[in-house]
Design a protein around this ligand. Structure first.
Ligand SMILES: [Fe+2]
Length: 297
């Protein structure tokens, strides 16, 4: 997929490198080969890069990220497994900082819209501006009690989020929000849910976004949440490393063609699905649940 004027293509995946028997490195190898062949402009990774947040898992995940692409092409947000236990930042997320952090333009925008200081370090939301596309990264990852896989943004992150999409919306950017947990209330059990999903949806309703991408459920999921000008598409992707021992779980990722709207028109978003085929050991084109996605504006 080659860059076209006024058009942005992005691949998006969610993976778990070594979780249970189902998540295999050879699937990730096939994934990386397929991603290099498809060559999307941008790749978004929606978390759970580690299994139990061991220090060597953070090092290993950094290597995987580098193999996918350079930080200016790959954006990640953390998942609940990446905060399984508290590990000092210097030996965990800091290893991925170039893949997590805002870019210079996004950082400047965040400083303009808040009291954020240059010395504050990694803080969510993050913002990366890529032409007409704005990637807004959220962190729902936080340590949880045993047998819980829940997440939360917290009031201060939601407060910062409220200001950023509003500014981006005024600039007519195509705002793509990345979050590990599904943002819809009731999307999963309380044990696995985003605790402040309702409050996050209230933010979306006030300030809007053009597309929200999440992981965590390991299933393809199409949903919508209310926005100020119509419903916002919310899409969950399967894991990108699952060998497919259970139906509906075999590794997939999505490719999006995003055409910014002009003169107040909403953007046009097309979706393609690539899935892993164990018989060939490679990814191939699969039927997408939806040909295109209408986004409000
Ligand atoms: Fe997760």
């Amino acid at each position: 997929m080659l860059p076209l004027l006024g058009k942005r293509a992005s691949g998006w995946l969610s993976w778990q490198v070594r979780r249970r028997r189902a998540h295999r490195p050879h699937v990730l190898e096939a994934l990386i080969e397929d991603l290099h062949h498809e060559a999307p402009h941008q790749v978004a990774v929606t978390g759970d890069l580690t299994n139990i947040a061991l220090e060597d898992e953070f090092v290993e995940a950094r290597t995987w990220l580098e193999r996918i692409g350079a930080p200016d092409r790959v954006t990640a947000v953390p998942g609940n497994h990446d905060a399984y236990v508290h590990v000092p930042r210097a030996r965990s997320w800091d290893l991925w900082s170039e893949y997590l952090a805002s870019d210079d333009a996004g950082e400047a925008l965040l400083r303009d819209s808040s009291d954020r200081d240059e010395s504050d370090g990694l803080e969510f939301p993050t913002v990366r501006l890529r032409g007409d596309l704005a990637l807004v990264g959220l962190s729902s990852a936080r340590p949880t009690p045993l047998f819980f896989a829940s997440g939360a943004l917290g009031a201060s992150q939601r407060g910062r989020l409220e200001r950023v999409p509003a500014v981006l919306g005024e600039r007519d950017m195509v705002r793509v929000v990345l979050i590990h947990h599904p943002p819809m209330p009731g999307a999963t059990s309380r044990r696995r849910a985003l605790a402040d999903a309702r409050q996050l949806c209230e933010v979306f309703q006030r300030v809007g976004a053009e597309l929200v991408l999440h992981g965590h459920l390991h299933r393809t999921r199409f949903a919508r949440v209310a926005g100020p000008a119509g419903e916002i598409p919310v899409i969950g992707v399967r894991s990108a490393s699952d060998v497919g021992e259970r139906p509906g779980r075999c590794a997939q990722y999505h490719l999006y063609d995003i055409e910014p709207g002009r003169d107040g028109e909403p953007p046009r978003i097309g979706i393609r699905t690539r899935g892993y085929d164990e018989s060939t050991g490679a990814f191939r084109s699969e039927e997408s649940p939806s040909e295109g996605i209408s986004s409000p504006r």
